[in-house]
Design a protein around this ligand. Structure first.
Ligand code: CUA
Length: 319
């Protein structure tokens, strides 16, 4: 479904077409339901205007079925839209498991994207066509919002938290991306473009991009550089408390029992919080001795460490 209005943004996904159909048909429904009111208002304004001879006696003229119908029919029609938009919303909240994850770090005033293979970009995002893409987003400073008009998706990007967006772009091309939350002086300039490429072109682009190291490998190097292995590494495990720290192999996705009795699942948010604010959720059996890295690391470095820790996720601890 295409619209002949030139101001309408391009459609680059199934979801975009669904959103346009939903908002277009809802607009049509509202027009259809309110048109009789305005038409009758105009007719009566003319017919009963001052000085006009007309029958102004109040006639009792009840029609129960007419009255019920104009309450029930619009209700049912609006209910159809409720069901349709709720199902679209739920679909938008649940990315498929096989989605390709790309990390997004926002800061005043730029967008940084990191691919798992190692490619990094600023204000430009290259993605393959017809592939589910999941964006894991966080902010270095204030609240931003990533808006991709051609995909009809937008979500706030918050400091200290991960939010996500997912999409399947089905039309190769170059589309705009924007910041949609006022975030300071250069908010209006905080934009860029998303390039949707054919699979072969994307593979060639990835090969050409700076991919000497994958995201997880960058994280591993950072892990060594920051001295994390001193407490989290296999050698430290034989030592006494408080020097040893929880092992990280097999951590991602598994339950993490805490010192205060709570049990959390070691998901993206948990791993991020454990790096940035380690003493908030202390693992059972360990001392709160890790220094917080929130002021030491950039958001994209935290994402690199996370990629490394997540890459250890499926390997079990070796004895
Ligand atoms: Cu970032 Cu507005």
């Amino acid at each position: 479904m295409t619209f002949p209005i030139p101001l309408w943004p391009a459609q680059a996904s199934r979801h975009a077409a669904d959103v346009d159909l939903l908002s277009g048909s809802f607009g049509a429904l509202v027009a259809l339901l309110s048109a009789p009111v305005f038409i009758l208002m105009t007719i009566y304004l003319i017919r009963f205007r001052r000085g006009r001879r007309a029958n102004r006696s109040h006639q009792e003229d009840r029609n129960v079925w007419l009255e019920v119908s104009w309450a029930v029919i619009p209700f049912v029609l609006v209910l159809v839209f409720y069901v349709r938009s709720t199902s679209m919303f739920l679909q938008q909240e649940t990315p498929p498991d096989d989605a390709l994850t790309i990390d997004v770090a926002a800061r005043q005033w730029m967008w940084k994207f990191q691919h798992a293979e190692g490619a990094r970009e600023i204000n430009e995002l290259h993605v393959p066509v017809d592939t589910p893409i999941r964006l894991t987003m966080t902010s270095q400073d204030v609240v931003h919002s990533l808006y991709l008009p051609a995909l009809r998706i937008k979500r706030d990007v918050l400091p200290g938290r991960y939010t996500q967006l997912w999409f399947i772009a089905d039309r190769p091309g170059t589309y705009r991306l924007h910041c949609a939350e006022f975030c300071g002086t250069d908010h209006s300039l905080m934009g860029g473009r998303i390039v949707v490429m054919r699979q072969a072109d994307f593979t060639a682009w990835l090969a050409e991009a700076e991919t000497d190291r994958s995201l997880a490998e960058r994280g591993e190097a950072l892990f060594a550089q920051l001295g994390c292995a001193g407490c989290h590494g296999a050698r430290a495990q034989g030592r006494e408390r408080p020097v040893r720290a929880p092992p990280l192999r097999g951590l991602y996705g598994s339950p993490a029992p805490l010192a205060d009795g709570r049990v959390l699942v070691a998901d993206e948010q948990y791993i991020r919080d454990s790096i940035v604010l380690p003493n908030r959720d202390v693992v059972a059996g360990y001392e709160p001795v890790m220094p917080p890295f929130g002021n030491v690391l950039e958001a994209e470095q935290v994402q690199q460490l996370q990629a490394y820790i997540e890459s250890l996720g499926n390997e079990r601890e070796r004895p």
